[in-house]
Design a protein around this ligand. Structure first.
Ligand SMILES: NC(=O)c1ccc[n+]([C@@H]2O[C@H](COP(=O)([O-])OP(=O)(O)OC[C@H]3O[C@@H](n4cnc5c(N)ncnc54)[C@H](OP(=O)(O)O)[C@@H]3O)[C@@H](O)[C@H]2O)c1
Length: 236
């Protein structure tokens, strides 16, 4: 399958790519800014499964020119995309009063606008797959009725917007072969979480959470479409 993963250089994106390489012979298009980390990931993937093809696209998805380059390049090189995982995300843990315009704009853009732009750009390629899946990586913070935390207002709102977009697109593309789902993740041990909450010990490793993401990306759309699924042991 042809699979795009944004935010693949580390954390959940990198572990998802590794898990996918263990599961089959896919073509993985791996996007993030840090080319050195992407190259190291490619080496690890080659050691796990030499039949996995990795295409590395270094890009800053907060930069409109980079977004256009990524979309144009993929659209010219591929006729079919089977899975798009919108995983790249940004969390700036600051009180609402302290968030400046740049912080808020960056979080809304990377967590919501970029997934929306990539989905729109790749709809023609996703439609060419017999069984396409757009998997948006949301957060429990953006899940209605979940526990909320100070410092996560705009991040959570952006993830909430991504979740509702998922529901809407499943309806709008119901007649197509494309399924849309959103995983509202609880916490997993990654750089993002450690930077935002240095004292907190996550209940899951990045690898554990990524194995769920990878399996769900490959299989979840057989059972779900337009769903926002909480992936957490926490209540609410
Ligand atoms: N970890 C958790 O507990 C948790 C909980 C709920 C939801 N999530 C969500 O899960 C997703 C993955 O998070 P994570 O914890 O794995 O975070 P992470 O370790 O910080 O990884 C984030 C990834 O996004 C990429 N990225 C960041 N800014 C980018 C930009 N401007 N352009 C392109 N790529 C960019 C980073 O790569 P570069 O730095 O190389 O660009 C990195 O590969 C995010 O959407 C996050 O909101 C995580």
């Amino acid at each position: 399958m042809n699979i795009i993963i944004t935010g693949a250089s580390k954390g959940l994106g990198a572990e998802t790519a590794l898990h996918m390489a263990e599961k089959g012979n896919h073509t993985l298009v791996l996007i993030s800014r840090d080319i050195k980390r992407l190259e190291a990931l490619k080496d690890r993937i080659a050691a796990i499964n030499p039949s996995t093809k990795c295409i590395l696209l270094p890009a800053d998805l907060l930069n409109d020119e980079d977004i256009k380059l990524v979309c144009d390049w993929i659209s010219s090189e591929f006729s079919v995309i089977d899975i798009l995982i919108n995983n790249a995300g940004l969390l700036i843990n600051k009180s609402f009063a302290d968030l400046d315009k740049g912080d808020s704009h960056a979080m809304m853009k990377l967590n919501f606008m970029v997934p929306s732009l990539l989905i729109r750009a790749f709809i023609p390629l996703l439609k060419n797959s017999a069984n396409a899946h757009v998997l948006n990586i949301g957060s429990m913070g953006g899940f209605q009725g979940s526990a909320k935390y100070p410092g996560l207002s705009v991040y959570s709102a952006a993830k909430g917007a991504l979740a509702i977009l998922t529901e809407c697109l499943a309806v709008e593309y119901a007649a197509s072969t494309i399924k849309f789902n959103c995983l509202a993740l609880g916490s997993a041990d990654t750089e993002m979480l450690r930077m935002a909450f240095p004292e907190y010990k996550a209940p899951l490793s990045a690898r554990q959470m990524a194995s769920y993401i990878s399996d769900f990306a490959l299989q979840g759309h057989t059972f779900f479409n337009g769903k926002i699924l909480p992936v957490t042991l926490a209540n609410p």
